[in-house]
Design a protein around this ligand. Structure first.
Ligand SMILES: *Cc1c(COP(=O)(O)O)cnc(C)c1O
Length: 232
């Protein structure tokens, strides 16, 4: 078995255990491989053991790495999980299957304009700021309400849920509090906008994905635990 195949098995076991601890089905949690700063052969190795969803946090890097890949591996699904600059929005919309890191209203306008004539809407997640050490994300529930209304005005965008990056700390209580804030925000948004899907809660990374699953994550984003240390 390759290193990545072994890592996948180990992660899979830990996901299953976290699911059974919290009374959830394994099928409720999607695994995303975060391939930033990793070379394409590692993506292909993960693909070979069944992974289909990948996340990248920079448009330029993803464009170079995944050029031609979609033709070869048509079921691959690529999401943007990093902050998106205005001048990269156009490239991002044509490259990514979803933008999971929408963190400000001006970006919604930009993406809305770029997707106006699409036949199928581009799925987006709104990012909630929950960690002192991170800079991105909407700061409050109120700002999420406004952002959601803005997304709904654009037919080319499909709001499917929320994402967050928990604080980088070994204090489990702080991490758990961040994930609870995200699932609490999702509940309030779903109550306020009941006609829309709020199914996706993207939270949990290599160091905290089990806590995230316990707190309701439906998508976990795993980089180093799967691919090893990043080559920056
Ligand atoms: C890098 C990154 C990850 C993966 O982090 P690991 O700790 O390597 O699992 C997940 N989410 C986001 C937004 C990232 O930037």
């Amino acid at each position: 078995m390759t290193t990545i195949a072994i890592a996948m098995e180990r992660i899979e076991e830990r996901i299953q255990q976290a699911c059974s601890r919290s009374g959830r089905e394994r099928s409720e949690v999607r695994l995303m491989g975060v391939s930033k700063f990793q070379a394409l052969p590692k993506v292909e190795e993960a693909w070979n053991v069944g992974l289909r969803l990948f996340g990248e946090n920079r448009v330029q890097e993803a464009a170079e790495k995944f050029r031609g890949v979609k033709a070869r591996l048509p079921e691959i699904e690529l999401h943007l999980i990093g902050s998106l600059q205005r001048n990269k929005a156009k490239a991002a919309v044509s490259l990514f299957d979803a933008i999971d890191s929408v963190d400000r209203e001006t970006l919604i306008d930009e993406l809305g304009a770029l997707t106006n004539s699409r036949e199928t809407a581009l799925p987006v997640l709104l990012e909630l700021h929950t960690a002192e050490d991170s800079k991105t994300g909407f700061p409050t529930l109120d700002s999420l309400y406004h952002a959601a209304e803005k997304v709904y005005a654009y037919p080319g965008l499909a709001l499917s849920g929320l994402m967050t990056v928990a604080p980088f700390t070994s204090d489990e209580r702080l991490i758990r509090a961040a994930f609870r804030a995200l699932s609490g925000a999702r509940d309030k948004l779903a109550a306020r906008f009941p006609d829309y899907a709020w199914s996706c809660l993207s939270m949990g990374m290599s160091n905290d994905f089990e806590i995230a699953i316990e707190e309701g994550a439906t998508l976990i984003r795993i980089g180093t635990a799967l691919f090893g240390e990043r080559h920056t």
